[in-house]
Design a binder for this molecule. Structure first.
Ligand SMILES: Nc1ncnc2c1ncn2[C@@H]1O[C@H](COP(=O)(O)OP(=O)(O)OP(=O)(O)O)[C@@H](O)[C@H]1O
Ligand SMILES: [Mg+2]
Length: 373
């Protein structure tokens, strides 16, 4: 990941720090001041990041600060993930009402140890962020206007790095790749949604497809845009123009001008656009605003792949039958779990294996949960 992808990372961690469940847990444990400070610091960093990035091109000190920021942002992300999941892990149990179980656990079981550990981790990461913010304040960076927050340029996704080991999903990948290649004679842009519950591996599968050799050869232009809750026509158009043209788009926020620019940068290229993590359930916004713009450009065989948790989003956007992602098989789940649990010199003792097998069964193929154990 280049430092330019730090913006979505920092933004993601900042919004995780503001997450309602995390807030409730930290409040119950008396750690909410720390959580809020962390959130504030991340927002402060986020505002200055665009300018820091420009500076880093000529200033080695700022560049190394950004490297440090990247590693601390990942650390903060892990700590925030651990807050609810540590409670679940101890209970080794998960069901439909995650929030109730997390809170129930904290109420029933000794909250002291949990609190102690969370407090230690949170304070540790906070100390590091404090130091980074102090350093940042000496750089005299300019803040980006709020608009910048909503229309990040060069937006992409950290999941594009190919370093993580993936378990299972080869068959799913084959199905998707074949389907995409088979659209080559379609004159209209086709839309394939991949849907399924959170943490199942939709983005991971999309990444596997995106990085596939045949896909690389087949599409002239590949773009990845993480949408999340920003389903805004102008922001999306600008981002796609930037991704296609590989340079910043400073055009005015006028749909007509952006449409022309989009046609120009995409031309007759066969493109694949990944719209990751879409939540928009407003059919008109897709049908009336975005679809006519995105589906009227590009050469035959162009494709938009959408990942979403929501079936409704999939049915609104689909032109191809949506792919419902299923849980990993028990064997693949076990391999993923064992890879995480026993990779750091932890011995595969019979007792640990038996506990692990039980956890795997309870997690029911949820990759996020398995990969956090
Ligand atoms: N098959 C797999 N093998 C190994 N790790 C996996 C696999 N699938 C997912 N993961 C890991 O599980 C986590 C969640 O996966 P991912 O982000 O792809 O889920 P998602 O379905 O896109 O979730 P969300 O709905 O929150 O966007 C990630 O850390 C990912 O690396
Ligand atoms: Mg995802």
């Amino acid at each position: 990941m280049t430092e330019s992808l730090l913006l979505p990372l920092v933004r993601g961690v900042a919004s995780k720090a503001a997450d309602a469940l995390i807030e409730t847990v930290t409040r119950m444990c008396g750690l909410d001041d720390d959580r809020r400070t962390l959130e504030r610091h991340l927002l402060a960093v986020e505002c200055k990041l665009a300018n820091a990035e420009e500076r880093s091109e000529t200033n080695g000190y700022v560049k190394s600060w950004m490297k440090e920021l990247k590693s601390i942002a990942y650390e903060a992300d892990d700590v925030l993930d651990d807050i609810p999941y540590e409670a679940l892990r101890r209970q080794s149990k998960i069901g439909n009402s995650t929030t109730r179980k997390v809170l129930g656990y904290i109420r029933r079981h000794s909250p002291l140890l949990f609190r102690f550990e969370m407090s230690r981790k949170l304070k540790n990461v906070l100390k590091k962020i404090n130091k980074l913010v102090k350093e940042m304040n000496t750089f005299d960076l300019e803040s980006s206007v709020r608009k910048e927050r909503q229309h990040p340029w060069r937006q992409t996704h950290s999941k594009l790095d190919d370093t993580k080991e993936i378990f299972g999903r080869d068959d799913d990948k084959k199905v998707v790749v074949k389907l995409l290649l088979n659209q080559q004679d379609q004159r209209n842009v086709q839309v394939l949604p991949i849907f399924g519950m959170g943490g199942l591996g939709k983005t991971t599968l999309a990444k596997m497809v995106y990085n596939d050799q045949q896909i690389q050869k087949h599409f002239h232009l590949k773009m990845w845009h993480c949408v999340s809750d920003n389903f805004n026509v102008i922001a999306l158009l600008k981002s796609i123009i930037e991704l296609a043209g590989n340079k910043r788009c400073d055009m005015p926020d006028t749909i007509e001008l952006l449409r022309k620019q989009l046609e120009e940068v995409i031309g007759q290229n066969r493109f694949m656009l990944m719209l990751d993590d879409v939540w928009n359930e407003n059919e008109r916004m897709w049908e009336d605003d975005l679809k006519p713009l995105l589906c009227s450009v590009g050469g035959p065989g162009s494709i938009i792949v959408v990942t979403t948790r929501r079936h409704k989003v999939a049915s609104i956007m689909q032109t191809l039958r949506p792919l419902k992602l299923e849980c990993l098989s028990v064997q693949d789940s076990w391999e993923l779990f064992a890879h995480k649990a026993f990779s750091n010199g932890v011995e595969e003792q019979a007792e640990l294996v038996s506990i692990g097998r039980r956890i795997v069964n309870k997690c029911g193929g949820g990759c996020f949960l398995l990969s956090r154990q």
